[in-house]
Design a protein around this ligand. Structure first.
Ligand SMILES: [Zn+2]
Length: 238
């Protein structure tokens, strides 16, 4: 018999190469309950991830990078999912999108770029994360992390930021209290704290550097998006 995942020859219950079971069980009620438990379960999964990122982000993300990747949810899925939750929240409750906005000519390319970003926060956050990762790499050279490891760290941190925005958005939508701007500040403060916590929780300097690198990353992303819009408009006008 051959492994259905990697084609290795197998004569046991599990593939020796990749661990895939020789025979997959049929999907039944037990499977559904197990999958739901996996999401809700407190030893791993989404709620576990959120809890760990609230209480001790630095240690848990470091753990994900170097020791154990089975307990926290996959970081890129996490940022895409939480960005989607944010988009849904502001659409359902008709909350003004404070994360990204552009006021001005609605026929300009800049307006279209802003619209694209607002419709695709998951991808936009990943791109912005790359710019932040670049600045963080520069500011925390001694830590010897590569850009991709930093990006993965940022996926967890920015995912939590999106969730914080969403929670405030949902409360605002349900109560009509105007708290979204507070949510914005809490979300940003979380990012500064979590990144500083990741690089050395006892050093004040790591929090200062985290704030500067994070903001520089945002500015770089917004600047390049704006510049791209202006350049395209100039080319079009000729
Ligand atoms: Zn296999």
């Amino acid at each position: 018999m051959k492994c259905k995942n990697c084609n290795t020859e197998i004569d046991s219950k599990f593939c020796p190469e990749c661990g895939q079971p020789a025979r997959l069980k049929r999907i039944d009620g037990k499977y559904i309950i197990q999958e739901i438990e996996n999401v809700l379960y407190f030893e791993r999964g989404l709620l576990y991830t959120i809890r760990k990122l609230v209480t001790n982000p630095g240690q848990n993300i470091r753990n994900y990078l170097t020791e154990n990747r089975s307990r926290l949810v996959k970081p890129i899925i996490f940022i895409i999912l939480t960005s989607l939750i944010y988009s849904l929240t502001i659409n359902i409750f008709h909350i003004e999108d404070g994360y990204f906005k552009f006021e001005g000519d609605e026929t300009s390319t800049q307006f279209k770029i802003t619209e694209w970003i607002q419709g695709h926060y998951g991808y936009a956050n990943l791109m912005m994360g790359l710019f932040m990762a670049f600045w963080i790499k520069l500011f925390f050279r001694k830590h010897q992390l590569n850009i991709f490891e930093i990006l993965i760290m940022l996926c967890f941190v920015m995912g939590m930021e999106m969730l914080i925005f969403s929670v405030f958005g949902i409360i605002q939508g349900l109560t009509n209290l105007n708290i979204m701007s507070i949510g914005g500040m809490v979300g940003m403060a979380y990012c500064f704290w979590a990144i500083g916590n990741f690089f050395g929780k006892k050093k004040i300097l790591s929090y200062v550097k985290a704030i500067i690198a994070f903001i520089l990353g945002m500015i770089t992303f917004i600047f390049l998006a704006t510049a791209l819009g202006i350049i395209i408009d100039i080319i079009k006008s000729y």
